[in-house]
Each structure stands twice: as structure tokens, then as C-alpha cells.
Design a protein around this ligand. Structure first.
Ligand SMILES: Nc1ncnc2c1ncn2[C@@H]1O[C@H](COP(=O)(O)OP(=O)(O)OP(=O)(O)O)[C@@H](O)[C@H]1O
Length: 274
């Protein structure tokens, strides 16, 4: 759903949550860094509109998996099929232009820039007018800039951050910085949103807010979400399906209930103090 459909988001909510076809299919992915096997023969898929979690102990390969999906890492083996197209050698800019956005484990924002300007950077892939036109701010660039600003303001309203739109990001508390990072990813109007530990370091209230926003994004825009999260309560609450990694291997895959009762998962992960 496009951002300008936000006004009709309520009516589209039911459609947004209807889980559809497989849009991302990861087949037999193996990734090595020298002698370190980060991922070994991992296969799983992601269906349109679903919330898919990747869990596992530290070093299990979760972030590497996200980096494979958005083209930062190139696996030595395996295939990635996104919307029916094979894309093994995909680069990050290609992922972005094909509708994949992500947030990072450690916030990656421009701390000295305002919230608004940071979110504007999320529109970068959608800007058509040349840089010179933008610098000189005339004609096509001016029209485009107004359109981008409109989308960004819609995201700001949606994530309820109107009151901090002019504040430099570095001055905000951690939980709000995470929300701004989500806003920047949403500004790109992604079809597939990759969230790397969106709730890490947050207090209970901030976590509840972030959960609500993730569910709202999924519900109202129909955005497919793949997320890494350590908080088991959150994962089991908001995910449709969960894939479990351990030492770079897949040891579980299914609904939260299936995963919770999988003995291998309990032994490797849920039984630890993680
Ligand atoms: N760029 C890299 N160069 C070398 N080794 C790497 C690189 N990225 C990841 N690894 C290694 O791959 C393995 C998986 O790491 P990864 O960060 O994907 O795990 P993770 O499950 O996300 O861990 P965490 O929960 O601690 O973030 C680890 O052994 C890690 O040291």
C-alpha cells in the first residue's frame, strides 16, 4: 500500500493482514567468513503480509541472514528469490529500489540532523530529479521535494513523532531514536521491512509502543516484516511464524506454538537465560 493510501488505511486493514503468497524464498543459503561458517544450508520462506521472526542465541547468524536478504553479504551457496526473481548477487541499493528497507541493531542515524531530515534520507531511492536540480531547487525538483515532504509528514503523523520533528536525533532518548529509524525505513514505502532488534535496550513502555507500531505498520499498510528480536515474549506475541537458528544452522521453523514446543529449540535457546 502506498503512503497516500494511509487515509484509507482503516478500510484496508483486513486486506493488509491476509497472509498471501511466498514473496521471499531463501534456498540452501551458506555463508562463510574465512573459516567461520556464519550460515549453513539455511532454507525458509516469507509470505506476503506476514510477520516473520528470526531468533537464536548470540552469534547464531541472525544479522548475517538479514544482510544476505538485503544484499550486504553474498552467500557462497544458495539462492534468494524475491517476488519470483532470483537475486543471488544483489547489492544493497538494488534491494532498496526493489522495496526492501531495514533498520539496524545499532541505530544508524545522522545524530546532528533533525528528525525530519533523517526521515527524508529514507526517500533517497525515490528521488528522480538530479542532484543539481535538487540543490538549485527548481522546476521538477521543487515539485518532487514537496511530494517527498508530504510522504514524510504522513510517516511522522503515523508514528506520533510530530512534537520532535525539528529536534536533532542525538538529543532524543534511545527509544525515540529507534522510532525515528523505523520512520526512515517506512519513508521508503517498503514492501518488505527488515528490523534488526527493534526493541533492544528499550524499557517496558518503549517496547509496548514499538510493538504497537510494528503491528500497525503490518496491519494498515500490509507491509511484510522480518524481524530479529531477543525478547521472547514479544516474538511469540507478534509473529506469525518463527525461524530458529543456532550456530548458523536452522533448528526450528513454524508458528510460535510449534517453535515453543520444539525440544531442539528448547534445549538450544529457550532453556538458556537469554
Ligand atoms: N563481517 C563478518 N566477518 C567475519 N565474521 C562475521 C562477520 N559477520 C558475522 N560474522 C560471524 O558470523 C557468525 C554469526 O554472526 P551474526 O552477527 O550473524 O549472529 P547473530 O545471531 O546476529 O548474533 P547477535 O545476536 O549477537 O547479534 C558469528 O560467528 C560472527 O562472528
Amino acid at each position: 500500500m502506498m503512503m497516500n493510501d494511509m487515509a484509507q488505511a482503516d478500510t484496508g486493514a483486513a486486506a493488509g493482514r491476509r497472509i498471501g503468497e511466498v514473496i521471499l524464498d531463501l534456498q540452501n543459503i551458506s555463508l562463510r567468513f574465512g573459516g567461520v561458517k556464519a550460515l549453513t544450508d539455511i532454507s525458509f520462506d516469507v509470505r506476503e503480509h506476514e510477520i516473520r521472526a528470526i531468533i537464536g542465541p548470540n552469534g547464531a547468524g541472525k544479522s548475517s541472514m538479514l544482510n544476505v536478504i538485503n544484499g550486504v553479504y553474498h552467500p557462497q551457496e544458495g539462492q534468494i528469490i524475491f517476488r519470483g526473481e532470483q537475486r543471488r548477487e544483489m547489492e544493497p541499493y538494488m534491494a532498496a529500489s526493489q522495496g526492501i528497507a531495514r533498520t539496524f541493531q545499532n541505530i544508524a542515524l545522522f545524530k546532528g540532523m533533525s528528525v525530519l531530515d533523517n526521515i527524508m534520507t529514507g526517500r533517497h531511492m525515490k528521488m528522480n530529479a538530479g542532484l543539481l536540480s535538487h540543490m538549485l531547487y527548481f522546476g521538477k525538483a521543487q515539485k518532487e521535494e514537496i511530494e517527498h515532504r508530504k510522504k514524510v509528514e504522513e510517516v511522522i503523523d503515523f508514528l506520533e513523532i510530530q512534537s520532535i520533528r525539528k529536534t536533532p536525533v542525538g538529543r532524543l532518548p534511545y527509544g525515540l531514536q529507534k522510532r525515528v529509524e523505523l520512520a526512515r525505513a517506512l519513508a521508503a514505502e517498503p514492501e518488505l521491512l527488515l528490523l534488526d532488534e527493534p526493541m533492544a535496550g528499550m524499557n517496558v513502555e518503549e517496547k509496548q509502543d514499538m510493538c504497537r507500531f510494528i503491528l500497525d505498520v503490518n496491519d494498515q499498510f500490509g507491509t511484510t516484516i522480518v524481524l530479529i528480536e531477543h525478547d521472547m515474549g514479544v516474538v511469540m506475541d507478534i509473529s506469525d511464524r518463527v525461524v530458529v537458528l543456532d550456530y548458523g544452522k536452522k533448528i526450528g521453523d513454524g508458528t510460535p506454538d510449534e517453535v515453543k514446543s520444539n525440544p531442539e529449540v528448547i534445549a538450544a535457546y529457550l532453556g538458556t537465560s537469554h
